[in-house]
Write a protein that binds this ligand. Structure first.
Ligand SMILES: *Cc1c(COP(=O)(O)O)cnc(C)c1O
Ligand code: SF4
Length: 338
């Protein structure tokens, strides 16, 4: 029982629907394979020992995978594989120089005018190629009541016009926690734009609920939501509806994808992704060359082939549906076009 004298904000609110779905995510690789009719292939498909990066995938995302296909492009993004254990020269634990660019607790400041906040280390899905699979999240998140340092850094830097919420996935925070941050931002006059880098509307579209939409629509900031989808099969009707709700808030919607061998390193697949994004009201923004992070070497596509793929897209799509092919180079003053 809750004592009557307790202030209202200390009463824990019941979990939202998306939070319950989050908790029900698949975390056991054998269960995932069984759901896809691949139980008898487990010994062949799974690594012999722990890769140090747990499986995590929401059930709604699993439902978009092809049954019985171990090469399904959505499955390949989340299933732990033996190749992750290979040590490949050049693939390291801080591939993009985040350690050196740390400006304050949870703030990474690499590019002019934009400050990136590591809002949380949590994600609803664990992408095997993630460049932050080795990031020291426990020490480096700005959330959990630690917005103060980040806000002080932003207030002191008059050039910080844009705040990028990243992570982890910033929309894994409750809407109330996000609102605490934007209340703080509202007091910093030079901050005019909020950008959110998130995969949640794709992997758990239920996250785009009424409270999130109300919060976003009510902000006195310019808003950009950069989604992360790598294959058109990720974008089913539930995701299209989530995108519509986000667009109705007045936010600009963009997508960043990572070029991944076996997943989307094909001109037809990339063209279909662009067309599907457009149908959801989302423009392609970046196509990232893989960050050379330990455990992800088997996803790499050579630069020359990446360039050929984007040329093929340019030859068949309107310019606004061709993503910019970039690589992140530690120490550079922007993403580097290839
Ligand atoms: C990628 C990135 C940005 C955003 O770069 P844009 O080119 O504006 O999309 C900002 N800060 C950091 C640290 C980044 O890694
Ligand atoms: S959602 Fe983004 S931050 Fe999270 S694991 Fe996937 S790529 Fe990494």
């Amino acid at each position: 029982m809750i004592p009557a004298s307790l202030p209202l904000q200390h009463v824990p609110s019941p979990p939202s629907r998306w939070q319950r779905l989050w908790r029900e995510a698949v975390t056991d690789p054998r269960e995932l394979l069984a759901l896809l009719g691949l139980a008898d292939r487990a010994d062949e498909l799974l690594p012999a020992r722990d890769t140090g990066f747990a499986l995590r995938v929401p059930r709604g995302f699993v439902a978009r995978m092809r049954h019985g296909d171990p090469a399904d492009p959505l499955l390949l993004q989340v299933l732990p594989r033996a190749a992750e254990l290979d040590e490949v020269p050049g693939f390291t634990t801080d591939a993009v120089g985040d350690g050196a660019a740390r400006a304050a607790t949870g703030v990474i400041h690499k590019y002019a005018g934009r400050s990136l906040l590591i809002a949380t280390g949590s994600c609803a899905v664990h992408c095997r190629y993630c460049f932050r699979r080795h990031f020291p999240y426990a020490d480096e998140t700005a959330a959990a009541g630690r917005w103060r340092d980040a806000l002080a850094h932003l207030a002191a830097d008059a050039a910080s016009e844009e705040v990028i919420l990243s992570g982890g996935d910033p929309l894994s925070l409750s809407t109330a926690r996000l609102a605490e941050l934007t209340d703080g931002l509202a007091e910093i006059p030079h901050v005019r734009r909020l950008r959110i880098h998130t995969r949640l509307p794709v992997v758990l579209p239920e996250r785009v609920d009424e409270s999130l939409v109300d919060w976003l629509a009510g902000l006195a900031l310019e808003r950009v939501v950069v989604l992360h989808a790598n294959h058109a099969n990720e974008l089913d009707e539930s995701v299209a509806a989530a995108c519509r709700r986000l667009r109705d808030t007045g936010a600009v919607l963009l997508n960043q994808a990572v070029l991944l061998r076996g997943v989307n390193d094909d001109a037809d697949v990339l063209a279909t992704l662009s067309a599907r994004l457009m149908a959801c009201g989302v423009l392609p923004y970046y196509l990232h060359q893989l960050d050379r992070v330990a455990g992800a070497a088997h996803f790499e596509v050579e630069d020359a082939r990446a360039g050929t793929l984007v040329e093929a897209l340019r030859a068949r799509l309107p310019g606004y549906l061709v993503p910019r092919l970039v690589r992140e180079i530690a120490g550079a003053d922007s993403k580097t076009p290839l």
